[in-house]
Design a protein around this ligand. Structure first.
Ligand code: IVH
Length: 695
C-alpha cells in the first residue's frame, strides 16, 4: 500500500496522526526555503507559495494544538529577541576611538604623534592622515575564510561579541563571497547602519502594527541586527560601510588608503567622503566639508575619523588602553535645545555620591527624546542658579548623558525659590556630607544605605563586569529588598528553590538564570577587579592592575603592604602609568576595609579568577625585566621606547633601584647612570638596546 501523501489532504480532513506527519514535513520544508532565501539569497519558490506553506502550518497548529512542534516555523518568525546569541571572541580586539572636539585638540593630537615618532619632529615631514566620516551605526567584524563569509560578530565589549552571522547574511551590502586572490583569512570591519529614509519608513510600519517606534536610526539598526530571527532582520533595510580590518593571514597593503581601494575592488562599499589629507589645513577643510554635507546625507554621522595612513607608523604608535594612538574621532559640536526643569531628583551611586538629575519636559535633541539631564553636583546647580520651573538650554553630544548648559530667563526665574541641596541621603536618611576640596556630596550611610548596596550589586553584574545574563537592575533590587542577595557572594548562593514561586519566574527562566550564574564561576582578572566597584577604578585601571599584579592573591597582598608609606609595594603601585596618588589611596583603603575583605573572601569561595596572561612575549629577551631609560634617545622618542619595551613584556620604571635590570643611557645621562653603575645594573647605550630587542 502506498503511503498517503498528507500534503494533499485538506486541513479539516486530517487525522491527528496525519497532522503530526504534515507538521514535521512543513517544518522541514519551510526551514529549507528560509535558508535558500536568507542565507543563500536564492529562493526556489515564489513568496505566495511560501506564504501558503506557512498558512497551512498555522491552520494545522490551530486545529491540533497538541501537535505543535518545538521547532515549529510559527515560533520562529515574529519571535521577540530573547536571550542568547553565541559569543564570539575576536581574533584581534575591536577598539574604540579617542575624541577631540576642537581644532586645537586635533592639533594637540597630531603633535603627540609627531613627538612619538621622532623622525616626524621635523615639521617639514609630511604626516598623511586619511579622513572619513564617523558613521553612527554599530560596528561589526566579518570573517572570510578562503573568500567565503564564515562569521559575523558584533563588537560587544571589544574582546567578545555576539555571533550575528545569519543576520549579516541578509544585508545586501555585505558580500557573501569575495573574488579570488583575497587573503585566506580576512576580517573586514565596518559599520552597519540604517538610512534615515528607511528608518522613517520602518517606524511608520512599526506604529501601524502597534509596535514601539525606534528612537533613532542607530537603535533601529542595532535592534534589527540583533534579532534572533534572521527573517526579521532580512525585512529591515540595513546597509554597511567598510573601513578597517581585524585578523588577516597576509596583508599586502602598506597604507590605509591602499586598503580602502582593495575593499572597493573586493566589492565592499567605502564611504565616498573619504580623503587623504597631507596637512592640518587639509584635514580641517575636509572636516568642514563633511560637516556641511551632514544634514543632506541620508545617514547619521557624528564626526570625522582621522587615521595615520602609513601602517608601519600605525604599528609603532600602537594603543593606549583601548584606543589607538594613530586614530582619533573629531566629534561634531553637541546639539542643543530648550526645555523646562520640572524637578530635581537625587540619585545615590555605589560610592554614595549624590548626583542631582534634572527631570525635564521631554524634548527632541538631534533626533533623540531627552527627559533627564545631569546637573553634576551642588556647585553646578548653584553656579548656574538652576531652579525648579526654570527654562533651560540643554545639550547632548553623542552617547554621553545630556547636560543642562544654562538658564534661559523667562522673566520669572527670580521669583522661584533657589534650590537647596539635600543634607541627608534621600534613600537612607543618613547625613550627606561634602569633604574639603571635594565637589561630591556623599551619603555617609555606607553599608546601611540600600541605594549604595543596590548600585554596587548592579555594577557587579553589569555588562563590563560579571555580565550575568538575565539578572538586570530590577531583579537585583527586588532580590536585595527581599533579602535573597546582600553581597556578591549571595548571587552564587542562589538556587532554584529560592526562586521558585516568585512572581515572574517560571521554571525555564529560573534554570536559565542559575545556568548564567554558574557560567561566571570563572572570570578574567580585569573584569573581576572592575566588578569590585572600587572608587575611581574603571575598566582601564582594572586592566592596568591585572597586568601589573597578575593574580588576585598578589594584588591583595600588594594593596595591604602598600598601606605603609615609603613601602616598596606603594612605590610599585605608584609606578604604574595611569595610577596617581588619589587612586592609590582609594585602592589601599578598599583592601584595608574589613568588610570588603570579608566580601572578597566569601566571593572567592565561589569564583575562580584567571591569572592575567599578558599578550605572549615568548622569546622576548626583556620579558619580565625592569628597564629605565635616561638621557636623550636618538632614533626614537621616549614614548615610543617605553611602549616598545612594554610590548615586549618589560616593565619601564622612572627610577633606578636594586630591582632595575637594564638602564638604557643616551647622551646626557647623569645621576641615574651613576647610581646604576654603583648598583651593578646592566647599562646599555641606545644602539645596544635596539640590537638586544632585535630592532
Ligand atoms: S575606525 C581602531 N572608522 O566608531 C579604530 N570607526 O568610537 C577602529 N566608527 O567602534 C575604528 N565610523 O563603531 C572607524 N570610519 C570609521 C568609523 C568608525 C564609525 C565607529 C566604530 C567604532 C567607534 C569608535
Amino acid at each position: 500500500m502506498t503511503p498517503v501523501d498528507v500534503s494533499q489532504i485538506a486541513v479539516d480532513q486530517l487525522t491527528a496522526d496525519e497532522a503530526d506527519r504534515e507538521l514535521a514535513r512543513l517544518a522541514k520544508e519551510i526551514k529549507k526555503h528560509d535558508a535558500l532565501y536568507h542565507a543563500k539569497d536564492a529562493p526556489e519558490i515564489s513568496d505566495a507559495d511560501y506564504d501558503a506553506l506557512r498558512r497551512r502550518n498555522d491552520a494545522i497548529e490551530l486545529k491540533f494544538p497538541l501537535s505543535v512542534r518545538s521547532d515549529s516555523p510559527s515560533k520562529r518568525v515574529g519571535a521577540p529577541a530573547v536571550a542568547g546569541f553565541k559569543k564570539v571572541r575576536h581574533a584581534k580586539p575591536m577598539l574604540s576611538l579617542g575624541n577631540v572636539f576642537s581644532e586645537e585638540e586635533l592639533e594637540d593630537f597630531l603633535a603627540g604623534i609627531r613627538r612619538f615618532l621622532k623622525e616626524l619632529s621635523d615639521p617639514a615631514q609630511v604626516l598623511e592622515m586619511v579622513a572619513e566620516p564617523k558613521i553612527d551605526g554599530l560596528s561589526i567584524s566579518l570573517r572570510y575564510e578562503h573568500g567565503k563569509l564564515v562569521q559575523a560578530a558584533t563588537r560587544g565589549d571589544g574582546e567578545e561579541g555576539e555571533d550575528v552571522t545569519a543576520n549579516a547574511r541578509t544585508v545586501a551590502d555585505i558580500p557573501q563571497s569575495l573574488p579570488v586572490g583575497v587573503p585566506d583569512v580576512l576580517e573586514v570591519r565596518g559599520e552597519v547602519y540604517m538610512s534615515k529614509a528607511d528608518f522613517f519608513a520602518l517606524n511608520e510600519r512599526q506604529e501601524a502594527a502597534g509596535e514601539k517606534p525606534f528612537a533613532n536610526p542607530r537603535n533601529a539598526a542595532a535592534g534589527s541586527l540583533r534579532q534572533l530571527d534572521s527573517a526579521i532582520t532580512a525585512k529591515r533595510p540595513l546597509k554597511f560601510f567598510a573601513y578597517a580590518w581585524g585578523e588577516v593571514s597576509a596583508a599586502s597593503w602598506s597604507m590605509h588608503n591602499d586598503f580602502l581601494d582593495r575593499l572597493k575592488a573586493w566589492g565592499f562599499i567605502v564611504n565616498p567622503f573619504t580623503k587623504l589629507c597631507r596637512s592640518v589645513a587639509d584635514i580641517v577643510a575636509h572636516y568642514t566639508l563633511i560637516q556641511n554635507q551632514r544634514a543632506s546625507l541620508d545617514y547619521d554621522i557624528d564626526g570625522v575619523v582621522y587615521k595615520v595612513n602609513r601602517l608601519d607608523w600605525q604599528e609603532r604608535l600602537g594603543f593606549v588602553s583601548r584606543a589607538p594612538r594613530w586614530a582619533i574621532a573629531h566629534k561634531f559640536p553637541a546639539e542643543k535645545a530648550e526645555t523646562i526643569v520640572q524637578g530635581i531628583d537625587i540619585q545615590v551611586g555605589r560610592t554614595g555620591v549624590l548626583t542631582p538629575v534634572a527631570r525635564l519636559e521631554p524634548v527632541t535633541v538631534g533626533g533623540v527624546v531627552v527627559s533627564n539631564a545631569t546637573l553634576h553636583n551642588a556647585d553646578y546647580i548653584q553656579e548656574k542658579d538652576i531652579r525648579i520651573g526654570d527654562r533651560v538650554r540643554i545639550q547632548r553630544a553623542g552617547d554621553v548623558i545630556p547636560q543642562v548648559l544654562e538658564v534661559v530667563d523667562d522673566g520669572r526665574h527670580a521669583s522661584r525659590p533657589g534650590y537647596e541641596f539635600p543634607t541627608v541621603c534621600p534613600v537612607c536618611q543618613s547625613h550627606a556630607v561634602r569633604e574639603e576640596g571635594e565637589a561630591a556630596t556623599r551619603c555617609t550611610g555606607g553599608l546601611v544605605c540600600p541605594a549604595q548596596a543596590h548600585e554596587r550589586l548592579i555594577h557587579f553584574v553589569s555588562r563590563n563586569a560579571f555580565d550575568i545574563e538575565g539578572l538586570g537592575g530590577k531583579h537585583i533590587v527586588n532580590f536585595f529588598d527581599d533579602g535573597l542577595i546582600k553581597t556578591p557572594g549571595d548571587i552564587f548562593r542562589l538556587n532554584a528553590q529560592m526562586l521558585t514561586g516568585r512572581e515572574g519566574w517560571k521554571e525555564k527562566s529560573i534554570q536559565n538564570l542559575i545556568a548564567a550564574i554558574a557560567a561566571k564561576r570563572t572570570i578574567d582578572m580585569p573584569r573581576f577587579v572592575f566588578a569590585l566597584g572600587i572608587r575611581q577604578v574603571g575598566q582601564a585601571t582594572a586592566r592596568l592592575l591585572a597586568k601589573q599584579y597578575g593574580t588576585m592573591d598578589r594584588l591583595r597582598t600588594a594593596m595591604q603592604d602598600a598601606r605603609v608609606i615609603g613601602s616598596e609595594a606603594l612605590e610599585e603601585l605608584l609606578s604604574i602609568d595611569g595610577i596617581g596618588r588619589a587612586m592609590a589611596d582609594d585602592l589601599v583603603e578598599f583592601f584595608a576595609e574589613p568588610h570588603n575583605r570579608e566580601v572578597l573572601d566569601d566571593l572567592l569561595r565561589f569564583v575562580a579568577v584567571e591569572p592575567f596572561i599578558a599578550p605572549s612575549t615568548e622569546g622576548s629577551p626583556v620579558a619580565g625585566k625592569t628597564v629605565v631609560f635616561t638621557g636623550t634617545l636618538e632614533t626614537m622618542s621616549r614614548g615610543e621606547a617605553k611602549a616598545k619595551a612594554e610590548a615586549l613584556g618589560a616593565k619601564v620604571s622612572g627610577s633606578v633601584s636594586a630591582k632595575t635590570d637594564i638602564l638604557v643611557a643616551g647622551p646626557g645621562a647623569g645621576s641615574k647612570e651613576k647610581k646604576a653603575r654603583e648598583l651593578g645594573v646592566r647599562v646599555l647605550n641606545e644602539a645596544e638596546w635596539v640590537a638586544l630587542i632585535g630592532g
